[in-house]
Write a protein that binds this ligand. Structure first.
Ligand SMILES: NC(=O)C1=CN([C@@H]2O[C@H](COP(=O)(O)OP(=O)(O)OC[C@H]3O[C@@H](n4cnc5c(N)ncnc54)[C@H](O)[C@@H]3O)[C@@H](O)[C@H]2O)[C@@H](O)CC1
Ligand SMILES: Nc1ncnc2c1ncn2[C@@H]1O[C@H](COP(=O)(O)OP(=O)(O)O)[C@@H](O)[C@H]1O
Ligand SMILES: [K+]
Length: 497
């Protein structure tokens, strides 16, 4: 798990590293620029490219000046360096690197006002105007310059963060560099992981600049980033004498007459993720389809609900395609009144909770709510921004003692301990109907198999995204049914490697 930091915490990590490694701040800047250059050389090896580098007079600008020097030394001789000379203030390392650059045969231009900058043709534009030091909205010449650069045609690469984009928190204005590629130091900024950054970041990459990881681990932050290696630590191989009776029985409560498909998707996903037994509590008219699609699954008739033995099940998944009818509402009431183990609550089950907040009290501890943005807002009220949603989710997951899986490009998992894990896997090719139903089946299955709920959720969310990502290499769009077929293979791959 990587701990994610705010801009202030990153500065503290810089300072700590400088004092304790120890390393001169100018050397750290050199190391950062070198890490940037390594990615750059890989991506843009053509030395004939025309490059513009825009630098501020702080440390982000300092990075830009080092990058300019390093590019020159690497044989890029069509580089023009521009300095935004809008204030007297300048950092020591900026000044030092300006002197170093002046000793090379590199052209340096000063921009005193944005209007002086004519349109220039170039292949690449490096944005090193402002970085994590941003402390207010861009105004005046800064705003004009950024807007002008955005109109330039070259491929834009931002150093550390696009100029004008705050590392975390709400946007301050729309004067922000629209970068094609952002190369960030040590950690992705929190805002990279939220849709608000999407007009400004097409792609991002993180490079390690050797900040003190022990210091970072000791920093207090609720935000973490998890990836393949974290999942691989706890995914369990099947044991020699294990049988279906030991691998959990999951009950899927889903579907309505018009939306049987959702019930089939979550039931099949649950089965293919490895639950020992899966039973579908679905409308009778779906029985044939269930038998055809998932013959391994069992069926329980809603007409016999009074005879159900709730204790038979390790976990219940409820909601996909359930509808919000009177009958669905009764089903949810029954489940909440009788089942005391974790419940995975999705889609219409969330919508029903939103209609009847009294039911929230009945949700067993360590249950899992899996809303997308709209369901989240229906349940917890309208939010004007993702940061507001994050604040609510951090609070509600602690208050209700549940996990909240807020689905997105980088799905967030909020825990009863007040932690927010960002999932690293996934692909926009997954943005099509039914994908969330599959996730519900997967989470339910992992809980059935005995993973602690937190691990079950992480494992399901990661492997769901990972399967989508792998298929997206071959498919324009990943239909939910195709993803389901992939689950056992993906889990095996994660287990072995
Ligand atoms: N030693 C270090 O601390 C390292 C810093 N690094 C680089 O340094 C950057 C941070 O540098 P700085 O803290 O100097 O800050 P920046 O270079 O981001 O900004 C410079 C200064 O601009 C001013 N400013 C902020 N918002 C403004 C606005 N809206 N309009 C006009 N002026 C504004 C502030 O006074 C700020 O200190 C990082 O993003 C990274 O690129 C890297 O070189 C790694 C090491
Ligand atoms: N752009 C995207 N990038 C990564 N994952 C995505 C993207 N769009 C959707 N997904 C994933 O697909 C799933 C969609 O869930 P949901 O909106 O509930 O779909 P449905 O209701 O159709 O089943 C979520 O797990 C989400 O993370
Ligand atoms: K920048």
């Amino acid at each position: 798990m990587l701990k994610l930091l705010t801009a202030l915490q990153t500065r503290q990590a810089d300072d700590y590293t400088i004092v304790n490694e120890p390393i001169l701040s100018s050397e750290l800047m050199e190391r950062a620029a070198k890490a940037f250059i390594k990615v750059f050389l890989d991506r843009f090896p053509d030395r004939k490219k025309h490059i513009l580098i825009f630098c501020g007079k702080g440390n982000n600008g300092g990075d830009g000046l080092v990058i300019s020097r390093m590019l020159f030394d690497e044989g890029y001789h069509h580089v023009h360096t521009y300095i935004a000379d809008f204030s007297e203030k300048q950092s020591e390392d900026y000044l030092l690197n300006l002197e170093r650059l002046q000793q090379k045969d590199v052209s340096i231009f000063y921009i005193n006002q944005a209007a002086d900058l004519e349109f220039i043709e170039s292949d690449l534009i490096i944005d090193a105007l402002l970085g994590s030091g941003l402390n207010k909205a861009l105004q005046g010449e800064w705003e004009k310059l950024v807007k002008k650069i955005n109109k330039f045609s070259g491929f834009k690469i931002s150093v550390d963060v696009p100029t004008g984009l705050p590392c975390e928190g709400e946007l301050l204005s729309e004067a922000i560099i629209k970068s094609d590629l952002t190369i960030a130091f040590q950690r992705p900024k929190l805002n990279f992981l939220l849709p608000i950054s999407s007009p400004y970041i097409k792609e991002w990459k993180v490079v390690n600049i050797g900040l003190d990881e022990n210091f970072i681990q000791s920093t207090s932050s609720p935000y973490f980033w998890f990836w393949k290696a974290d999942i691989q630590k706890y995914i369990k191989p099947r044991q020699a004498f294990e049988h279906k009776g030991l691998l959990g029985h999951a009950l899927m409560v889903a579907g309505a007459d018009e939306t049987i498909g959702a019930a089939l998707l979550c039931t099949e996903a649950c089965h293919r993720s490895g639950a020992g037994l899966t039973t579908a509590l679905i409308p009778e008219m779906g029985l044939r389809a269930l038998n055809a699609r998932v013959p391994e699954a069992m069926y329980f008739s809603r007409n016999n609900l009074d005879k159900i033995d709730w204790l038979k099940y390790e976990v219940i998944g409820i909601g996909p395609g359930l509808g919000v009818s009177e009958e669905s509402s009764k089903l949810l009431n029954e489940v909440l009144a009788n089942f005391k183990k974790p419940i995975v609550i999705d889609a219409d089950a969330i919508n029903l909770l939103a209609q009847n907040h009294q039911l929230m009290k009945l949700i067993p501890q360590k249950s899992v709510l899996t809303p997308h943005m709209k369901e989240f807002d229906r349940l917890f009220g309208t939010h004007d921004s993702w940061w507001e949603r994050i604040e609510t989710a951090l609070k509600k997951s602690v208050e209700l003692k549940v996990y909240i899986v807020l689905k997105n490009r980088y799905t967030m998992i909020f825990t009863p301990e007040g932690i927010c894990y960002f999932n690293s896997s996934g692909s926009p090719a997954m943005a099509s109907g039914g994908m969330g139903d599959v996730l519900t089946g997967m989470i339910t299955s992992m809980i059935a198999q005995g993973y602690a709920v937190e691990k079950a959720v992480q494992l399901a969310v990661f492997s769901h995204g990972y399967a989508g990502e792998q298929l997206a290499h071959k498919m324009y769009v990943v239909p939910a049914s195709n993803l389901i077929k992939q689950i056992p293979y993906i889990l095996r791959e994660l287990m072995v490697k």
